[in-house]
Design a protein around this ligand. Structure first.
Ligand SMILES: CC(C)(COP(=O)(O)OP(=O)(O)OC[C@H]1O[C@@H](n2cnc3c(N)ncnc32)[C@H](O)[C@@H]1OP(=O)(O)O)[C@@H](O)C(=O)NCCC(=O)NCCS
Length: 175
């Protein structure tokens, strides 16, 4: 299986909206009320919001595909940090999602490797992310990449507030 990963461009906003919406729905549907899901999806995957995000150099979206079929994506952002990192530059992986049918086939790995490559090339000292405390598969995936837990934060999904672990990993920079 040949996995292709490329940076998304503003013209990709419909593709990014769809993969974002559909992977989020597939992952979280069974744990949330239909009302909370609908409210979150409408806000987070509004095509106008995605287009704005794609036009904002703060963000980088990666699209993973197999035989031209989009099967996962990642979103990095450079506009948030934590006291934990003091004045060291830190970059966030806000989302990494692979459709269930394609999980455990190294697609997450290809996306993560590319995120780490981008972060190191830009001389970020740290890469961090938030992950639901019950999302053991993803937590183990991040641990396999050397991420460690450094805190917790709330995550609002509709009216529900869930808890995310904050995880970080130091980067080898070119400095
Ligand atoms: C988490 C996710 C991105 C991982 O992607 P994936 O394609 O399934 O994972 P990969 O096949 O690339 O795994 C790469 C490596 O990560 C590690 N890994 C992956 N899943 C693991 C698990 N459940 N336990 C331990 N290690 C794991 C392994 O080291 C694995 O390498 P190996 O297969 O040689 O052992 C994917 O499962 C996913 O999209 N889940 C649903 C959405 C989600 O929860 N996203 C995270 C939100 S914060």
């Amino acid at each position: 299986m040949e996995i292709q990963v490329r940076k998304a461009l503003p013209d990709d906003f419909e593709i990014v909206t769809k993969v974002g919406h559909d992977t989020f729905y597939e992952t979280w549907r069974e744990y949330n009320t239909p009302e909370d899901m609908a409210a979150y999806l409408k806000k987070a995957f509004d095509p106008k919001v995605i287009l704005n995000d794609l036009n904002d150099a703060t963000n980088t979206f990666l699209i993973a595909s197999v035989n031209d079929k989009v099967i996962g994506y990642a979103k990095m952002r450079r506009d948030r940090t934590y006291d934990e990192f003091k004045n060291d530059p830190a970059i966030e992986i806000e989302r990494v999602y692979v459709f269930k049918e394609y999980q455990s086939q190294k697609i997450g790995k290809v996306l993560m490797d590319e995120c780490l490559k981008i972060a190191s090339a830009e001389n970020f000292a740290w890469i961090w992310l938030g992950v639901n405390i019950d999302n053991h598969k993803a937590i183990n995936f991040y641990k396999a990449y050397g991420f460690t837990i450094f805190g917790e934060k709330g995550f609002q999904l509709g009216d529900a507030i869930d808890t995310d672990y904050l995880m970080k990993r130091q980067l080898i920079t070119n400095n």
